[in-house]
Write a protein that binds this ligand. Sequence first.
Ligand code: SF4
Length: 273
Amino acid sequence: MKYIDAGPSPAGWSRLSNVLKCPRYYALNREHDRTASDALVRGSLMHIALAHHYAAIGAEQHDTQVEYLSPEAAVERCVAEADCELHDKWKDNVIGVYHQYAMMYPTPSWRIQAVEEIVSTKVRDDVRDVSYDYTARIDLIVAHHGKHYFVDHKTSFMILRKTYNKYTLSGQFLGQQMMGREMFGGDFGGVILNLIGWDDKKPVSSFKRKVLPYAERSVALFPDTVIMGERMIADFSGRDAFHWPGAHRETACQTTYGPCSFFDTCKRGGHYE
Ligand code: SF4
């Protein structure tokens, strides 16, 4: 039975997002990954469940023989391989919310084209005479009413207008829209956010799908953002992590989700705590 990897892509947005947020955070995080959190783990497990859900539907639609692990078995396998308390904590809850999702959308109106597909492009930096790889793992590529769409599964505490508004200018989606246009031209319909509103204190979750607004000018200028991030990485490489410049902004060092995971390291001067 086939198991699908739903991990990050090799040269994707999260790396550039980190260095643009704070170069020192990027460098410290590369040495000492502290990204594991409840939100991240439950989101990753839900991706695993949905990847196997849609892969099985795609195989059926295309009348192919590939057999995938069931979504439940895939989540079990991911939890066993992670061997981490947070994964154990969220396993049953994820499977329960996945069952609600499958009941909410019993018959897909989409035609599945690819699941967890890595797409890539090159971004040219003429000043430095170099081309940078840029990649994205697309959760789902579908055809719908004559257009091709990228679908991104997002779990959040609840679904509000600001929940999808905040993704409109996110580099993750500007990059996806840039690559979608490159792949499908005028037949690219955009990025669909597949939102799962998941308050674990409530017995029933909420679900919503929405095509992200297309920020045309920002998509066109997105290569400049990639170039800026890549230049920062190239320019500071070779320094030890603490000597990469820090952002030192309230919104970076103390976010709405709590302090930066290296707050104490920065405060006291270069020691991991
Ligand atoms: S505490 Fe602030 S300066 Fe230090 S790594 Fe985090 S974001 Fe950067």
